[in-house]
Design a protein around this ligand. Structure first.
Ligand SMILES: [Zn+2]
Length: 84
C-alpha cells in the first residue's frame, strides 16, 4: 500500500508495535497495522485528518482488509483449537 505524506511527499508506512507483534504473532501484526497509525520517514507520525479525503477513503479500505485478515486468521486458530 502506497501513501504519500501530505507535508513532504515522502512515502508513508503503517506503524506497528514490534512487542505486540511478537507476542500475538500474525494476528498482532495485522491488528496493530490496522490501528497503529501512519508514519512518514521524515516527519514521523502523520495524523489521519491531514490526509486528503480520497487518500483517507483508501486508508479505511486498507484498514478494513487488515481487520478482516486478522479475524480470518483468528477464527482459523480457534477452529484448530476446537478440533484438536
Ligand atoms: Zn513527511
Amino acid at each position: 500500500m502506497d501513501y504519500q505524506c501530505p507535508d513532504c511527499g515522502n512515502s508513508i508506512e503503517r506503524a506497528f508495535s514490534k512487542n505486540i507483534a511478537t507476542t500475538a504473532g500474525i494476528v498482532g501484526i495485522l491488528f496493530t497495522s490496522a490501528f497503529g497509525g501512519f508514519h512518514c520517514k521524515t516527519c514521523g507520525k502523520v495524523p489521519f485528518s491531514k490526509f486528503p479525503i480520497e487518500v483517507r477513503k483508501r486508508m479505511i479500505k486498507g484498514t478494513l482488509l487488515y481487520i478482516i485478515a486478522a479475524l480470518l486468521v483468528l477464527s482459523f486458530a480457534i477452529w484448530v483449537v476446537i478440533n484438536i
